[in-house]
Design a protein around this ligand. Structure first.
Ligand SMILES: [Zn+2]
Length: 344
């Protein structure tokens, strides 16, 4: 993540087996004779090709999210070590994400771009996951109605070894578990675009996304601009951003610029799952990847972030600070909201 801004300038199934009945005892089948002229051929409805039915997923899909599985994915990211943008290490992190998505039936697009940064030009890669409900490739690009996203880069430090267990890995690992669960319901999965942003972290210091020489939020700014310019932005109803969701002591600090309707829905899902106590409000605006989505692509996006995290941007942001239960709670609330908002 991200930075908190003091200034208010930023808009932020059984069936019984048939008994062995002797043939003689069986009743004669009753055949109802329907006169042929009752349904003249010319009144029959035209024959339509029947699409292969899409398997229905579990209605209470939020119960399928495994904090333990998510935690394993987080561990794989952390094992790579520091994963700053433009390094060989982040390429290893990318390969893990791509493998995880493909294993659960998602297609992955690499959205590659180069941006000027305070450290010179850097090549960034967003990873975009889409699901084909029929199994045909490529996956459709016009069925998605919500974005669920996270950044996967870690902040570069020269003085400490920073592995970003919560800041980068927690939301990335949980998003891979979300992909696995959504794949249980192909119709729902086809309505979701999963995005893993590169370049969230600033090289020197965060600037407003509209600054002429912006630092930070490189991936989300590019993705949001691309959505707007391609015309795809209009198909999305809302976005959910995950960032720093692994803290053992989970307190989601909602930014004051959280979209009102979406916030109400997320809090209602949290309350329905008896998890409302983990959600609070942050007193100042939080600058994070939801800002370009909301501001540039005009897609109301909520940032589910635990910014009350003492290990933020320190060498202590390690795996022992992360609880599978925290990942499970955020995964479940998100899936509950997605099911309610997007239906079966
Ligand atoms: Zn950060």
């Amino acid at each position: 993540m991200a930075v908190a801004l003091a200034a208010a300038g930023l808009a932020l199934a059984g069936c019984k087996k048939d008994a062995e009945t002797p043939a003689a005892a069986r009743p004669e089948p009753v055949t109802k004779i329907v006169p042929a002229q009752a349904t003249p051929a010319n009144t029959l409805p035209p024959t339509k090709p029947v699409a292969r039915p899409i398997a229905a997923g579990p209605l209470e899909i939020w119960k399928e999210f495994s904090g333990e599985r998510a935690f394993e994915e987080v561990g794989r990211q952390v094992e790579v070590g520091p994963r700053p943008s433009g390094t060989p290490e982040i390429e290893k992190a990318r390969t893990l994400i791509e493998d995880g998505l493909r294993r659960t039936g998602w297609e992955v697009e690499r959205q590659i771009f180069t941006n000027e940064t305070p450290r010179g030009p850097v090549k960034f890669t967003n990873l975009i996951g889409r699901f084909s409900p029929t199994g045909k490739s490529p996956a459709p690009r016009d069925t998605q109605r919500a974005i669920v996203c996270s950044h996967y880069d870690t902040k570069r430090f020269s003085t400490i070894r920073f592995v970003g267990a919560s800041d980068g890995a927690s939301s990335t690992g949980a998003l891979l578990e979300l992909a696995r669960v959504l794949a249980l319901d192909p119709a729902l999965a086809a309505k979701i675009e999963l995005v893993f942003f590169d370049g969230e972290e600033a090289f020197v210091g965060f600037t407003d996304p509209d600054d002429p020489k912006p630092d930070g939020l490189f991936g989300s700014r590019y993705y949001a601009r691309n959505l707007r310019e391609s015309g795809r932005a209009a198909q999305f109803k809302f976005g959910i951003l995950w960032d720093m969701i692994g803290d053992r002591d989970l307190t989601i600090t909602l930014s004051p610029d959280s979209p009102a309707d979406l916030t109400r829905e997320v809090l209602a899902s949290a309350a329905a799952l008896s998890l409302g106590q983990h959600f609070g409000r942050h007193e100042s605006l939080i600058l994070d990847d939801h800002v370009p989505l909301t501001r540039t692509a005009r897609i109301p996006t909520i940032d589910l972030i635990d910014f009350d995290y003492p290990a933020w941007h320190t060498a202590d942001d390690k795996l022992d600070r992360i609880a599978p239960e925290s990942l499970q709670k955020i995964g479940a609330v998100t899936l509950h909201q997605l099911r309610k908002a997007l239906g079966k």
